[in-house]
Design a protein around this ligand. Structure first.
Ligand code: NAP
Length: 489
């Protein structure tokens, strides 16, 4: 495909330390979601052959890279992190143009990426093993951690700079090599990342990137027996497919998938504070965060006041192009996503819920150049409605009223997902019961769904499989144990 404008830059894959044309010679135009007349560039539509070549290069580079001292690998990553820190503004501008989020939101990604790099530089130099006194005389028993080999890193478009860092850096730090597939909608972020790896002087083949459609080359990457680990972030549907393919080769997986994150409000005095936190957690990044609060489950006696407070806060959002400093909410990622979100809003009305605020696609003038949806609050929702069950992945928050705390927890758990769950309450017993009984990878009491850079991140049920990412648990995915016994006398 071509935009017809030859001055638009053509970008390439990064394989074996070189920038490579896709073997089929095909490219696609990547559009700015805030203004689709802005063609960011032409990006490779890679083929299975490109993917296989990337795996081959990563496989070839593995022995030498894995034998480096952790301190030597840390030096490469430190250089990468230094370059990243110097380039935050330019990266954020590219990210804002490509993904549509506001500049403030975009600045957060490389900043957080830098912090997480530094954490893992340290982590890889203190990879712990297991030593135990042997049950036999004159025997030493030591389990050490060893890298897996080639890691496939597959990321979504919503955090297109941070998520790949969260995958690639721990993989490299622990001695693995990488084949990275960025999302179709956000290849520029992938290119910016590879430019940094290139400038940092990583040996050829240690990190590789193939751009294009996951539906074309995903199976080839995930099913290649030389790939020993797949770290994937994206939808549950694709995660389930990857898991099936990986199982055939016993390939290790780290799957971070969808969510339908509940937030219970029950006996909480400071409803203003709760409304601030819930609104921010529901609508940041246009509601396109896996950890967005998407279901408020509120005790009937506090429902009306909470809905009013959230509605007031929603009025302050200014929609538009993320590069405009006045704008506080960007467009959704593309038209297909926008249509899907609007269908959910319509389905809620059809099922008898009430659109309390927002609910419309904005049109006219600048809004016709992208897909802009008002922040939307849907009330009178019951647990069996579609909007209460399915992940909408847009600026839509639903409110379900309940009569008891037990009912609230039961509604929260009545979901195939289990990623992030929040509770606003002053009742200490309920706080502990919630922590004990909610089915969720991450639990937040009296705040939104913000996480720490050094803590494990992940979900249960259909939201996650395999060791959590970030923090100390990440090494459980990127390494295997090797248990060594020595009879020394
Ligand atoms: P997606 O459609 O599942 O895509 C994710 C990645 O998988 C993309 O790079 C995609 O490539 C690739 N892919 C598609 N088909 C594939 C296949 N057969 N084999 C291998 N890879 C394949 O998800 P998305 O729309 O980009 O992202 C939104 C979803 O991600 C939401 O469900 C959200 O909750 C989830 N998410 C979860 C977390 C978490 O930590 N739990 C974080 C962020 C997002 P293409 O782009 O080329 O299709």
């Amino acid at each position: 495909m071509s935009s017809g404008n030859e001055s638009i830059k053509r970008y390439l894959n990064y394989i074996g330390g070189s920038w490579k044309e896709p073997t089929g010679g095909e490219y696609y135009p990547n559009l700015n979601p805030a203004d689709e007349t802005d063609v960011i560039g032409h990006f490779p539509l890679s083929t299975v052959d490109d993917a296989v070549e990337a795996v081959s290069q990563a496989h070839r580079a593995f022995p030498a890279w894995s034998r480096l001292l952790p301190q030597q690998r840390a030096q490469y990553i430190s250089r990468f992190a230094e370059l990243l820190e110097k380039d935050v503004q330019r990266i954020a501008e590219g990210l804002c143009r490509e993904e549509g989020k506001t500049m403030k939101e975009a600045m957060g990604e490389p900043g957080r990426g830098y912090t997480e790099c530094n954490y893992f530089i340290g982590e890889a130099q203190r990879l712990d093993g297991i030593t135990m006194p042997s049950d036999r005389a004159n025997v030493s028993s030591v389990a050490v951690r060893v890298p897996l080999g080639v890691i496939a890193a597959i990321s979504p478009w919503n955090f297109p700079f941070l998520t790949p860092i969260r995958k690639i850096i721990p993989a490299l730090a622990t001695g693995n090599t990488v084949v990275f597939k960025p999302a179709y909608d956000t290849p520029l972020c992938g290119v910016m990342l590879m430019e940094l790896f290139d400038q940092a002087g990583f040996p050829p083949g240690v990190v590789n990137m193939v751009i294009g459609r996951g539906s074309t080359m995903g199976d080839a990457i995930c099913g290649d027996p030389r790939v020993k680990g797949i770290t994937f972030t994206g939808s549950t549907t694709v995660g389930r497919r990857i898991n099936r393919i990986a199982a055939a080769n016993f390939t290790k997986v780290q799957l971070e998938m969808g969510g339908k994150n509940p937030c219970i409000v029950a006996q909480y005095q400071d409803l203003n504070r709760a409304a601030d936190a819930i609104t921010a957690a529901a609508f940041a990044v246009t509601g396109q965060r896996c950890t967005s609060i998407s279901r408020v489950i509120v005790m009937r006696n506090q429902a009306e006041e909470l809905e009013t407070l959230i509605t007031e806060r929603m009025k302050s959002y200014v929609l538009g192009k993320g590069s405009d400093p006045q704008v506080t909410m960007g467009p959704v990622i593309n038209r297909a996503a926008g249509e899907s979100i609007m269908q959910y809003i319509r389905s809620a009305e059809e099922e008898g819920a009430k659109i309390r605020a927002g609910g419309r696609q904005l049109t006219g003038g600048k809004f016709d150049k992208g897909f802009y949806i008002e922040p939307t609050l849907i009330t009178e929702v019951t647990p069996k409605m579609k909007v209460a069950i399915e992940e909408i992945f847009g600026p839509v928050l639903v409110v379900i009223k309940v009569d008891s705390f037990e009912e609230a927890v039961s509604v929260a758990n009545d979901s195939e997902y289990g990623l992030a769950a929040s509770l606003f309450s002053d009742n200490l017993a309920w706080i502990h019961e919630f922590q004990a009984n909610v089915e969720s990878g991450m639990v937040h009491i009296n705040h939104g769904t913000v996480t720490d850079a050094c803590m494990p991140f992940g979900g249960v049920k259909s939201s996650g499989l395999g060791p959590f990412s970030k923090g100390s648990t990440n090494k459980d995915f990127y390494t295997n144990y090797k248990v060594n016994y020595v009879q020394y006398r």
